[in-house]
Design a protein around this ligand. Sequence first.
Ligand code: FAD
Length: 436
Amino acid sequence: MANLNIDAIKERTFQAIVIGSGMSGSWAAKELCENGVKTLVIERGRDVKHIKDYPTTNMLPYEFEHRGQIPQKVQEENPVVSRCYAFREDAQHFFVKDQEHPYVQEKPFDWIRGYQVGGKSLLWARQVQRISDIDFEGHERDVFSVDWTIRYKDIASWYSHVEKFVGVSGNKDGLSNLPDGEFLPGFPLNVVEQYFADQLKKHYGNDRHMILARCAHITGNLDYYAKQGRAKCQSRNLCQRGCPFGGYFSANSSTIPWAERTGNMTMRTDAVVHSIIYDEEKGKATGVRIVDAHTKEMEEYYADVIFVNAAALNTNLILLNSTSNRFPNGLGNDNGLLGKYVAFHNYRAGVSAQYEGHLEYTTQGGRPTSGYFPRFRNLHKQETDFLRGYAAGFSANRGTYSDQSGVGVELKENLLNPDKYGPWSVGSHMMGETIP
Ligand SMILES: Cc1cc2nc3c(=O)[nH]c(=O)nc-3n(C[C@H](O)[C@H](O)[C@H](O)COP(=O)(O)OP(=O)(O)OC[C@H]3O[C@@H](n4cnc5c(N)ncnc54)[C@H](O)[C@@H]3O)c2cc1C
């Protein structure tokens, strides 16, 4: 600060600073800017403008050199990111490659990162199930791990606030362990998924359910979303390329341009936040230090309010880096817990099978979500030798096999003949509760 004159300091002073422009940072920016707060958003990555910076969004399968696959050499060089299902040829430019930002793993840990404006909101699978008191009260029941400091009632109205703005499609299922929200019309289950849901009801009554997973896609109330410049989901299922319709929620299509339009947002890209400045006299954080990604020069910005939204690990890292006399082990780290007990989404186990029935039906077009089993284990009492529970995705599809014989019209007819599609495939993947 010593080398800056008063005017330069003024230019670098805002009412609020938001670190990271991804899912949560873009929301913080939207809320602050809408409420008249002059906000600086600092993003380590490059700018990604809605539509303009989605280079693959309208490409056809044969236009990709590797037909959508990641070449073996790239996989070998980047084993961590290659384990992410969404790291494919059409979306690879939104992922951080292992080689670009290597890290030491003491235990195996797949750190999937999106360093750009929009962060991981460009990569996500758009699944948005609400957390319920069954989850919030887990510790009360079994005294395992640590308790949440909030309960469902503290967050319910915020869920509604966010769901209305982002657009969430789903059905009101009336389940206490998976609260309903502000839903736009749900996508239909297909015939085999519906059959499965009916069978489950028949055999397990009200104990287990297979419902449509709620997802952040626009399916109705189109005039409201037009104000954000977004349109109805076209079920293209090419979401990870960036959606030119803004059919699903991303920071780039929604919250960032919304904040920008208020005139209160300044975006500083290619600026890696190094640490937060702590004023020992005031006893407060007063700004941030950044490193310009190109010049490697260090700069400072100031504000009374600082939101740290750099995603779980980088947020910890920035706070650990923010040392002062008062906080020698990192800002707010009096208990020494920063950077420890970090847990990622636990979704490893999966099953798949073939189903011989319903051969007279098939599906047409895409659908950006799937079926979902809300948690049914250990809901009302401890039933198993493990604590807590898990949810699972479920989907059925047909058309994996097709008759590729013939040439010209005959080939086309064979490809489109449902009698020759083979059996339905069904699949499910489990997601365990994430506990630190
Ligand atoms: C493949 C995939 C699928 C997913 N599917 C779902 C899903 O279906 N449902 C769901 O709820 N969640 C899903 N997630 C998780 C979800 O994407 C994240 O929880 C969410 O994006 C986290 O938001 P965030 O704002 O904390 O971080 P991010 O969205 O990652 O944003 C962090 C931003 O901070 C920036 N940044 C980092 N460090 C610095 C620094 N030092 N200085 C300046 N900027 C910095 C980053 O570049 C980034 O732009 C998925 C994630 C992945 C990878």
